[in-house]
Design a protein. Structure first.
Length: 251
């Protein structure tokens, strides 16, 4: 067991490498459980629990919650796994963390799978501020989670899970994570990425739609772009079989 991560260790050698999964702002590491099961036989897998996401208590000081800190969380787990290089699979905020690592520690990354994410979010500060207003208006993260879940294009079976993962977070930490998620600009990083990259998006993603994935893919030489049918913003959980097949093929 490693603090800050859910692990799946291969049952036999040789191990094909290390996969590190990074969740979005509304999720916890549990959102990757289907991927830990799917890839854990051949790969050393870790689903990060980012600081302040509610899965680990006590909560940190909200002032420590930022993109640099999230990248540090990933590297701390990678170091504990003795993974000098690894493949990062990131959804939404997880993709932002991938770009942050590409900016500051590019040699650690072997491949990238970027799901439902963005190099720069349109009207980013206004969007983040609107979410923060909604959080405070809701009063609790559970009530906010119920309202937010309705906007994510979720399959019916995913609604309760989504609400529970949001409800475990504190308002203060979620607000800090919201600002970190939406306000970065990594367009200048794209052209320098020289590892294999898969850019994917859910067919019904209302949060990070196709155009944002197209912007990423067009900016990275050789990047592959794929749509996951029937899925929303968190496509790895909405359509795990389709997502896993796509990633297996890429790897």
């Amino acid at each position: 067991m490693i603090a800050g991560a859910r692990l799946a260790r291969p049952r036999s050698e040789p191990v094909r490498g290390t996969l590190i999964f990074v969740h979005g702002v509304g999720s916890t590491g549990a959102i990757w459980d289907a991927q830990l099961r799917a890839f854990g036989d051949e790969w050393l897998c870790a689903a990060i629990e980012l600081r302040g996401n509610g899965a680990e208590k006590p909560d940190p000081d909200p002032s420590t919650i930022n993109r640099e800190g999230f990248a540090e969380d990933v590297l701390t787990v990678a170091d504990a796994l003795r993974a000098e290089r690894f493949t990062l699979v990131g959804c939404s905020l997880g993709g932002v963390v991938a770009f942050e690592l590409m900016r500051h520690a590019p040699r650690r990354l072997e491949r990238l799978v970027l799901l439902g994410t963005f190099a720069r979010y349109p009207d980013a500060q206004a969007y983040a501020d609107a979410i923060v207003r909604d959080v405070y208006a809701a009063g609790t993260m559970r009530v906010f989670g119920e309202l937010r879940a309705a906007k994510l294009g979720l399959p019916a079976v995913r609604v309760r899970e989504t609400i529970e993962q949001m409800a475990c977070k504190s308002v203060e930490c979620y607000v800090a994570s919201t600002q970190a998620t939406w306000t970065g600009d990594y367009r200048d990083v794209l052209a320098a990425i020289d590892v294999p990259v898969l850019v994917a998006y859910g067919e019904h993603d209302r949060i990070a739609p196709q155009t944002l994935s197209e912007e990423i893919a067009s900016g990275i030489a050789g990047a592959k772009l794929a749509m996951i049918p029937g899925a929303g913003h968190v496509a790895n959980a909405d359509a795990p079989q389709s997502f896993n097949e796509l990633v297996h093929g890429f790897l």
